[in-house]
Each structure stands twice: as C-alpha cells, then as structure tokens.
Write a protein that binds this ligand. Structure first.
Ligand SMILES: Cc1cc2nc3c(=O)[nH]c(=O)nc-3n(C[C@H](O)[C@H](O)[C@H](O)COP(=O)(O)OP(=O)(O)OC[C@H]3O[C@@H](n4cnc5c(N)ncnc54)[C@H](O)[C@@H]3O)c2cc1C
Length: 316
C-alpha cells in the first residue's frame, strides 16, 4: 500500500494492487498488540490501526485499483503476471512491478528438532493468526522455541489468554528480540527465558506431551548433565523468517541463496530492470515503519523508471 501510494504521488496513474487475502494489511491484521507507527506517525498504534490508515488512503485514491482474493501464481519474464481469483484466471503485463510479498516462517524441520511428530507443534505466526483472527487457542501449556519478537509477543498473548508459558528457549547467548519485548512480554509475566539452550527432543504420541531441553556450548553441542524436561501440550516455533521471493526468481531475478533476497546493488532494486522488491521480501525488518519507508522509496523508484521510458507500452 505504501509503494502504491508513493508511486501514485509520483505521477503514476494506473496502478493495480493484488492481494491474495480478502483484506488488505498483511501481517498487521493479526498483530493486535500496540507498538506500531512510532516513527512514521509519532504515535503508538496496533497493527490493524496502522494498516487501516493506509487502507483508507488506498481505497480513496483514484488510479489505484485494488483486487483482493487475488493470488499471484506465476510471474514470467517481461513482468507478465498470472493471478487467480475465485472462478477465474487472469493475466496482466506490468510496465513496472513492485513486489511486496513479505516473509514466511522457518519451520521445526529447518532447525531439525528431533523427536516424534505429534500434533501441537505450531509456528508462532500461525498460532497468532489462530488466536487473534480465528478465536482459537492452540494449546494450554506452551514451550516457545526462539526469542525473536514474534515468539516474545506470543508468550504474552498465550498468557493473557489463560495458557501457561513454561519457558522460552533460545540457542543464542542473548535474546534476538527487541529489549522492550523482553521486558513487556516475558519479565512482566515471570516467563522464564533460557539463553544458550535448545530443545533436544519433542515427546508425544498423538499430541505433544513434553520436551527435553539442554544447555549448548559455543558450537551448539549439548552440554553433558544439563538436560531437563518440561511438560507441555504445545511447542511454538519462532526461529526466523524467510523472504518470499519465489515469484521473482521465476521471472529471472538473481537471488542470494543465503538470504533468499534479490541480489541487489541498491535498496529495492533487482537484477531485472523495472522489477522492484520492498518490505520484508527485500529485507526482514523489525519495525513496520522501516517497511513503510522502504516501500515508499520502491514506489518512487517504479515511478522514476516509468517516467524515464522504462517498460514497453501495454499495446506494443
Ligand atoms: C508477530 C509480529 C509482531 C510484530 N510487531 C511489531 C511491532 O510491535 N512494531 C512494528 O513496528 N513492527 C512489528 N512487526 C513487523 C511488521 O509488522 C512487519 O514487518 C510488516 O508489517 C511487514 O510488512 P510487509 O508488507 O513487508 O509484509 P506482509 O505484511 O507479510 O505483507 C505481504 C502481503 O503479500 C501478500 N502476498 C504474498 N504472496 C502473495 C501472492 N503470491 N499473491 C498475492 N498476495 C501475496 C500477503 O498475503 C500479504 O498480505 C511485527 C511482525 C510480526 C509478524
């Protein structure tokens, strides 16, 4: 939305905004806690409040067409997009393209936690969506793996919903989330944080029954004699985000395999002229304000590309 508004402000008059969900706003819609907008608005807002301000502007801007329920399934060289709407498949060719596809969460498999494969292992973002949007509580006795901001926010969220968070387990010697979240989400609720520890094994037949936890040395190996067990019915995995860039890869953009982001000499640029990437798809940001700033730049870059004659006219 920030990229679309900025491109419009820079003189682009024909903008199509595609969103696979039924509502605009992305991940903000499930972030009902406060802490958004301090930099951009100088106010403390919740995620939906922050999104709402952009939605209002986008919906009242002539020249931006919004298409929700529109899943982009393919991107071909030449900026040809195919997207699915219920009951139809549409193809459009863009003269300039800004991708703002966000991130997906790393999974249990990616960090290789051994043990059985019972129900009750969730990614933190999925649990957040279940609680905040669907009104479902995924578990009552929870162990959280990872001390990034999403894991910390969810420790507090589960506690406020009446669940018991047994511990947050972090393999690094220091927490990876913001200091304010350590204080407001863990310390204020007396939730134990084990730094330099990892989950050694998940137990349970049908449902999670518990985990073994151990201290690790500087090489990440379990320290002898440090193992202890925690009973729980839920393990929340919050171990990082991966930028969603499979579509641009289809279109021939060079990708850095280490980070799954476009190889780029400058903010938002890719190896394909006229194809820009912004927000968490370009770089995983802590704050939405940084995503907004970056995306406004991307919208301006797309406008400048078009103004300089980039991209063939539609009917050529
Ligand atoms: C739990 C959590 C807590 C946070 N707390 C804070 C906080 O307190 N303060 C703060 O400033 N920031 C916070 N953030 C960070 C900030 O909110 C996010 O980084 C930011 O909103 C991400 O914006 P984005 O547009 O890059 O990605 P997203 O919000 O993920 O948006 C990507 C959009 O692209 C759509 N999409 C993806 N692929 C396709 C496709 N193929 N076709 C069509 N649509 C597609 C998705 O549906 C989604 O709507 C938090 C983030 C999380 C997850």
């Amino acid at each position: 939305m920030a990229a679309a508004l900025s491109a419009h402000d820079c003189g682009v008059g024909d903008i199509l905004l595609l969103e696979r969900e039924q509502h605009l706003g992305g991940i903000l819609n499930q972030c009902v806690h406060a802490g958004f907008g301090l930099v951009h608005y100088g106010e403390v807002l919740t995620g939906p409040e922050y999104a709402e301000r952009f939605i209002h502007r986008v919906m009242s801007t002539r020249g931006i067409e919004v298409s929700t329920g529109s899943y982009v399934a393919e991107l071909k060289p030449g900026k040809v997009l195919t997207y699915l709407k219920p009951g139809e498949i549409r193809t459009v060719r863009a003269r300039a393209l800004v991708m703002a596809t966000g991130c997906r969460e790393r999974t249990r498999e990616m960090i290789q936690i051994p043990g059985t494969r019972p129900a009750g292992v969730f990614s933190a973002g999925l649990a957040q969506k279940m609680i905040n949007i669907e009104g479902l509580l995924p578990g009552r006795r929870v162990v959280i793996v990872g001390s990034g901001d999403i894991g910390l926010i969810m420790a507090r969220r589960f506690t406020l919903e009446g669940a018991v968070v047994r511990a947050v387990i972090e393999i690094q010697p220091q927490p990876t989330g913001l200091r304010r979240n350590i204080v407001q989400c863990l310390e204020d609720f007396d939730i134990p944080l084990y730094l330099g520890h990892r989950v050694l094994r998940i137990h349970g037949r049908n449902r999670v029954e518990g985990v073994d936890v151990g201290q690790v040395d500087e090489l990440g190996r379990a320290v002898d004699g440090s193992k202890f067990s925690l009973e729980c019915d839920t393990v929340l995995v919050s171990v990082g985000l991966i930028p969603e860039n499979e579509l641009i890869e289809m279109a021939g953009v060079q990708i850095d395999r280490r980070t799954n982001t476009p190889v780029s000499s400058d903010l938002n640029y890719t190896s394909v002229p006229g194809l820009f990437v912004c927000g968490n798809a370009f770089r995983v940001y802590d704050l939405v304000d940084s995503v907004t700033r970056d995306s406004m730049v991307a919208g301006g870059q797309a406008a400048a590309y078009l103004a300089a004659g980039g991209g063939a006219p539609f009917n050529a």
